[in-house]
Design a binder for this molecule. Sequence first.
Ligand SMILES: *[C@@H]1O[C@H](CO)[C@@H](O)[C@H](O)[C@H]1NC(C)=O
Ligand SMILES: *[C@@H]1O[C@H](CO)[C@@H](O)[C@H](O)[C@H]1NC(C)=O
Ligand SMILES: *[C@@H]1O[C@H](CO)[C@@H](O)[C@H](O)[C@H]1NC(C)=O
Ligand SMILES: *[C@@H]1O[C@H](CO)[C@@H](O)[C@H](O)[C@H]1NC(C)=O
Ligand SMILES: *[C@@H]1O[C@H](CO)[C@@H](O)[C@H](O)[C@H]1NC(C)=O
Ligand SMILES: *[C@@H]1O[C@H](CO)[C@@H](O)[C@H](O)[C@H]1NC(C)=O
Length: 302
Amino acid sequence: MITTLIFAAALAARCISASFVPVGERPGPKIIGPIEKRQLPQATWGHTLYLDAKKSEYTSLSVVYSPGKPPPNPKGSLFLWPGMFQRENYTKSNLIQTVTELHSPLENQSVCGAKAGQWCIRPFVVDYSARQISQFPARGKAIDADDKILIEYNKKPGENGNWTQKITNLSKGNTVLFEWERGYKRVNRLHLATEYQGGAPKTTDTQRYWNVTVTLKEPEPAVGSQFTTYPKNIINSSKPYSKDNGKSWHIDEVVFLPHDPSAAGASPAAPRPGAAPLGKGIGGIAKKDDVNMQARIAHVGQ
Ligand SMILES: *[C@@H]1O[C@H](CO)[C@@H](O)[C@H](O)[C@H]1NC(C)=O
Ligand SMILES: *[C@@H]1O[C@H](CO)[C@@H](O)[C@H](O)[C@H]1NC(C)=O
Ligand SMILES: *[C@@H]1O[C@H](CO)[C@@H](O)[C@H](O)[C@H]1NC(C)=O
Ligand SMILES: *[C@@H]1O[C@H](CO)[C@@H](O)[C@H](O)[C@H]1NC(C)=O
Ligand SMILES: *[C@@H]1O[C@H](CO)[C@@H](O)[C@H](O)[C@H]1NC(C)=O
Ligand SMILES: *[C@@H]1O[C@H](CO)[C@@H](O)[C@H](O)[C@H]1NC(C)=O
């Protein structure tokens, strides 16, 4: 979700202008506060769930998410998200993601004014084809640990129909936190992720996703077999199923157990998503590129 320093400098030097500039937001890379701090360290990946479309593409996602209690004295940053992107040709793709964030006290939660015990949430789009690679509202919104957040992505009709992200706090009279339209590329991978940045971040409570539903442009009965979780010992997920011959797929519940990637023996070191469980990189690219790709997905300017 961030650039490297070098990359940021390169962006600045090129006088980036945003492809999409929403009303009320200034153009230019919005690399702010703690986000800026994500530049150098490589991400470590925790929980990983993939659901892939092989032939068609996704046109919507709906999921209810609850992050659980944040670690009380976080070190580094946590980025928890359901994301959708294209496995192949990712450099021409978009990553659509609503991110729940937590930052160390040093970096603080100024991105949204969260108090102790709260998280920040906001939508992001990484648009590899745009000069302003990552786009997001300058400020997130604070949510409570046990809030149930409805996250919905919808692609408008047509080849280049825009993606919308709608974020609703079901725990508070269905308060709509964001309605945000950005990105338009086709996507074929759903990825639920725990992303660790810097310091020694860990999760200390259970994250829960309920009623994960994806819709496909064309029915694809084999999507359920393109389902991967890793590491298995820290994820409890029900199996995907379809009731309409593959037009939409559902996972009733996903539980991400607390995970400390630095604790010896606590769980296997989380590999880069795409590396271990699938036996090859995302989109079949080489391992080295996989690292780069993941670094870009996770860090480039988001
Ligand atoms: C897609 O979104 C961009 C950025 O918000 C906007 O400028 C553009 O008009 C949208 N396109 C359509 C067809 O709505
Ligand atoms: C939080 O960080 C921002 C910059 O990221 C800084 O301006 C602000 O003073 C900090 N707040 C506290 C309470 O430390
Ligand atoms: C990826 O790009 C190549 C070359 O442009 C194209 O042939 C292929 O169809 C693309 N794959 C997808 C899934 O879009
Ligand atoms: C979401 O709802 C919870 C529970 O009522 C509330 O504590 C929290 O402040 C709400 N967050 C926002 C951003 O509305
Ligand atoms: C999931 O969907 C079922 C069936 O519509 C509903 O009863 C349940 O409340 C939903 N769960 C959440 C957490 O929203
Ligand atoms: C996860 O699954 C295991 C094995 O089925 C079960 O013992 C455990 O209670 C589950 N944990 C949660 C939090 O659902």
